[in-house]
Each structure stands twice: as C-alpha cells, then as structure tokens.
Design a protein around this ligand. Structure first.
Ligand code: ZN
Ligand code: ZN
Length: 363
C-alpha cells in the first residue's frame, strides 16, 4: 500500500533521514533547505480582513512594548547551557488506528516541541509536525534539536488532518509536511497566507481568526482558527504577511484547544466565552527568557497557568519546551517554573499534564 502510494508521487519527498532508531524508523528528518523563504516577498491575493493593513496582519489590541531590542539582547545574550543531545526515555505504548473509537474517547500523545498527536475518536490530528533536525531555513545552520521526536513517523497512524498554527521554522517544517503528505494525503488547516509556504500539491485550508469550517471527514466536528498574540515570518520581507493563531477542534460535546505560539493576553478568556471551556488545552510553556524581549510573544509558565484558568480548561498539556534552544532559559526551567506556578495558583499538578516525548494521556 505504502509502496504503491509512493510510486505515484510527483513531488519530491525527503530522502536524507539523518537519524533512525534501532528499528530503522524515522525519529529525525534532515531539514529542508528553503533559503528563498528568507528573502523573497510573498505575493498574496488582497482580501479585506479587519486585522490587516498594508498587507500585514496586526493585533487589534495593544501589545506590550519590549524592554530591550532584539539587537541588544543578541549582543549581550546570556543563555543557559543545554546538552547537545539527549535520548528520550523508552515508552511502552505506540499509537494505533482506532476506527471504532467513540468521538468522546481521546488519546493525546506528546511527540515533542509543538507536535502532538491528537486522537479524537477514530480521527488522528497532528499539530505543527516537526521531525526536522533544525528549526531553520537551512540544513546546515540554525537551532538544532537536542532530542529526537518521541514517536517515529512510521509509527503514526494515518493522519486525517494537520493543524498548523503559523509559519515559524519550529512549527512549519517542510520536510515533515512532505513526508506525511506522501503517505497520507491529509489536508492542512491553518491561518490565512500559510499555503504560500507549502508545496502547491498539498491542500491547505486557510482560515481567518474566528473562522470555522466543518472537518472534511465528519460534519459533527468543526475546526476554528483562533487569535494568538504572536507574529509570523520566515525571512526579512514577510513579517506578519501570513496569519498566526491557535486552532480549536469542536466536537458535539467537547473542545480541544491548541494555542500555537502566543504571549499571554485576553484572547484566552474570549476563546472560552465563544467556544466553551476546553476539555483539554495544549499550552506552550517554554521559550520565554529574557522577559524584556519575549514577554509579548511567548508565555512563561506563570502566564500558561493563568491561560489555563482563563480558559477554564478541565486539563492542560504542556508543549513548546526542551526540544530546541530558542531563548535563554535552561532546558528544564519551564517544567520547574510550571510546578511552582501551579503551586502558587493552588492547582493540583495533574491539572497541567507534562508528558515526556512519546507519552500519551487519556483526556
Ligand atoms: Zn512562533
Ligand atoms: Zn515556536
């Protein structure tokens, strides 16, 4: 089956896998070098969107000013030492297809960074799939991962849809999208403009903030693109030209919320008001120091706990930490800070799951 699907391919699939595990399955892909993204100005069809002016998206609410410029930060940078490589702890279970599962039966698997396999009934959703060695436009430079993905690509069940939050390199990985599309031909749900960065063969369903669409396989399920306080761009000329955000999966009874990359703002309360309190919220807890620079665009664990409370989530699930060193905090600082923040908020530790790579929780 796989062989015949591959033989029909017309697009180039990544073949240079840099790291396999003992069973020869793919736990890291070579990064696709895509330097043209770094200097070309994308051309998008004009459309009237309330939160866009002069071809760039913007937040319709005030954004906190930085206390330090990015240049000042980079010149005086004091970043914590991270290990160059760590293996994941062995896991006992692997995901499998669940064609007969009830829509209320959820299994959520942490792959690593912002990549999560969300099994809702018989459907398999994958958030921001990144198996690439580097979060970068080049295979030879840029932030390098310090641990492999927790689930090999071959061990994923057939993916029904990808939820893509924005176009930053640690979220939009061309090598992973190509690999997955070659096998599963799944559509990608994302924000306006992100199709520009993805191979034309693939089907990208672009949504504006608050826009929703029925899931293509089951009209009991809706997918909503939600606001986030962040930015976008893969180069020097495309800042904020494609829309960033989070995604919600709404089933008849429940709500799964994937926050993408975001600073803390009022949008979490608004998401709860409009879409209901999530049964599970995937919330970023890493890439937050120094606060003077990162505060507006990345939450720290205290912010993430506040977001969990604003959402009134039954449970949250920590993402966006300990895979790529993007900022200055130590590798394990987000988990230590999260435990303290939960304690300060008098919340039990189990209200905010912190699975290791490859681990699953039933939510
Ligand atoms: Zn980002
Ligand atoms: Zn990120």
């Amino acid at each position: 089956m796989l062989k015949s699907a591959l033989s029909n391919l017309t697009l180039e699939t990544p073949t240079a896998f840099t790291i396999n595990n003992a069973s020869k399955k793919t736990i890291v892909l070579e990064t696709t070098t895509s330097l043209k993204d770094t200097w070309l100005t994308p051309v998008f069809k004009p459309s009237v969107v309330a939160h866009r002016s002069a071809n760039r998206f913007r937040h319709p609410w005030p954004i906190p000013k930085r206390g330090m410029t990015v240049a000042e930060w980079l010149i005086n940078r004091r970043k914590a030492e991270w290990p160059t490589w760590e293996e994941n702890s062995p896991v006992e279970k692997l995901p499998h297809a669940r064609p007969d599962a009830s829509i209320n039966d959820w299994k959520i698997w942490f792959v690593g960074h912002a990549t999560v396999l969300v099994q809702i009934g018989p459907y398999n959703f994958l958030t921001d799939p990144v198996w690439a060695m580097r979060a970068s436009p080049a295979a030879f430079a840029g932030p390098k991962r310090v641990r492999p993905a927790g689930i090999a690509l071959e061990d994923l069940p057939t993916i029904d849809a990808i939820l893509l939050s924005h176009n930053h390199y640690d979220h939009l990985d061309k090598a992973s999208l190509s690999w997955l599309y070659a096998r599963d031909r799944m559509p990608i749900y994302s924000g306006l403009g992100n199709g520009h960065y993805i191979d034309a063969h693939m089907r990208v369903i672009e949504l504006d903030w608050w826009e929703s669409i029925y899931f293509h396989k089951d009209d009991r399920i809706k997918i909503v693109f939600t606001p986030a306080q962040h930015f976008s761009g893969r180069g020097i000329k495309d800042t904020n030209m494609a829309l960033w955000g989070g995604l919600s999966i709404l089933t008849p009874d429940d709500h799964l919320f994937f926050a993408g990359d975001t600073g803390y703002a009022h949008h979490f309360s608004e998401i709860r008001e409009r879409l209901g309190a999530p049964r599970l919220a995937l919330l970023p807890i890493g890439a937050y120091e120094p606060r003077a620079v990162m505060h507006a665009m990345h939450m720290n664990p205290t912010d993430a706990v506040q977001a969990h409370q604003d959402l009134q989530a039954t449970k949250s699930f920590a993402i966006h930490h300990r895979t790529f060193q993007l900022t200055d905090e130590a590798m394990n600082q987000p988990l230590l800070d999260l435990a303290k923040a939960l304690n300060r908020a008098r919340l039990p530790a189990h209200s905010f799951a912190t699975p290791s790579e490859g681990e699953m929780i039933s939510a």
